[in-house]
Design a protein around this ligand. Structure first.
Ligand SMILES: *[C@@H]1O[C@H](CO)[C@@H](O)[C@H](O)[C@H]1NC(C)=O
Ligand SMILES: *[C@@H]1O[C@H](CO)[C@@H](O)[C@H](O)[C@H]1NC(C)=O
Ligand SMILES: *[C@@H]1O[C@H](CO)[C@@H](O)[C@H](O)[C@H]1NC(C)=O
Ligand SMILES: *[C@@H]1O[C@H](CO)[C@@H](O)[C@H](O)[C@H]1NC(C)=O
Length: 295
């Protein structure tokens, strides 16, 4: 009796041991959707499922607040802080995880990576059409469900607008850098851009990524100029954007240069419109970074 009990205890222990090996190697991912999206939306849930299928890794879309409406009107500072609290309450992420960001969701993702204290480590971060260096043209902002935002955004650096329109945190108007640096509440902090207010913790955290994949859409008419998805921007005073990242890179405000020098940044360009990727492009440029063994 006692022997067989001992044997079954041993068996249970052994099987726990063996079955726990694949589990511990399987790095989960989380996905953050863009403006006017939500996790339950067909495209977002299809992509999440597709990535699950092809990477064989568990992963889920993490919703901020109530989804669509909050993606329009909740300031990004608050969105990132909600993401931070949510991630810390997901025990399956405690050993580290990967992130996929869609469009504005990349600002939630980067806020999470840079600002979140005592958070689990992020290994790979794949950005699809992220407005990283700052949207440059208010007149081109066009979102079918955000009429109110169009009105708000006409005065993008206004305090009220900064507090009530999520995308106001994404704009950096090249002809109005002074107001941007003084009044924008999110992007200058995210890019460690304000002279005298750079925080090396943000840089250290971003630099600890194993891989940073920046996907640019050649036909993008939402993220304008498309080069900002690679951290490109307008050289001071010029009206033509540059693909090559500017001061942010050269002076290494957030560690992009360090990551690049270590071969950890993949600059990817795909032909489609904003967030339009063919199945094989998703398989080639996103899936490999979600597979079990982070490389
Ligand atoms: C995921 O895999 C299942 C089972 O193979 C399949 O039925 C489903 O269509 C796949 N979904 C996507 C989005 O690839
Ligand atoms: C805005 O986008 C819609 C489709 O989403 C398009 O029909 C409309 O022409 C666009 N408006 C402008 C001003 O670009
Ligand atoms: C930099 O950010 C970290 C993490 O949020 C914070 O603990 C620290 O106080 C900040 N340092 C400065 C000088 O603001
Ligand atoms: C789901 O996503 C895959 C990969 O991006 C794409 O090829 C497919 O057309 C999508 N299906 C739907 C129903 O959106």
């Amino acid at each position: 009796m006692e022997k067989s009990l001992q044997r079954s205890v041993l068996l249970v222990t052994l099987s726990l041991f063996f079955f726990s090996i694949p589990v511990s190697l399987s790095v989960p991912f989380v996905l953050f959707h863009g403006i006017a999206g939500e996790c339950s939306n067909d495209e977002v849930s299809n992509l999440t499922k597709f990535l699950n299928n092809y990477s064989s890794s568990p992963g889920s879309c993490v919703e901020i607040g109530n989804g669509l409406v909050d993606s329009l009107y909740m300031p990004l500072t608050q969105q990132a802080s909600i993401a931070c609290e949510k991630i810390k309450q997901m025990p399956e992420l405690s050993e580290g995880y990967n992130i996929v960001g869609l469009s504005q969701g990349n600002f939630v993702a980067r806020g999470l990576i840079e600002f979140c204290d005592n958070a689990p480590l992020v290994f790979n971060y794949v950005s699809l059409g992220g407005p990283h260096a700052g949207l440059s043209d208010l007149s081109k902002f066009n979102c079918s469900v955000c009429e109110l935002l169009d009105i708000y955004l006409s005065d993008v650096y206004n305090d009220f607008v900064q507090d009530h329109a999520a995308p106001s945190g994404c704009f950096k108007i090249p002809t109005d850098i002074k107001n941007y640096l003084e009044h924008s509440k999110y992007l200058p902090k995210l890019n460690n851009e304000r002279p005298g207010e750079k925080n090396s913790t943000y840089k250290d955290r971003f630099t600890s990524l194993h891989n940073l994949v920046l996907i640019m859409f050649q036909g993008d008419i939402v993220v304008i100029p498309k080069e900002i998805s690679w951290f490109g921007y307008y050289p001071e005073g010029a009206s033509t954007p540059l693909l090559s990242p500017q001061k942010l890179y050269l002076e290494d405000w957030i560690g992009l240069k360090t990551l690049d020098a270590a071969g950890k940044v993949k600059f990817v360009s795909v032909p489609g419109e904003h967030l339009r990727m063919a199945q094989d492009e998703v398989v080639n440029y996103v899936v490999p970074y979600l597979k079990n063994h982070p490389t």
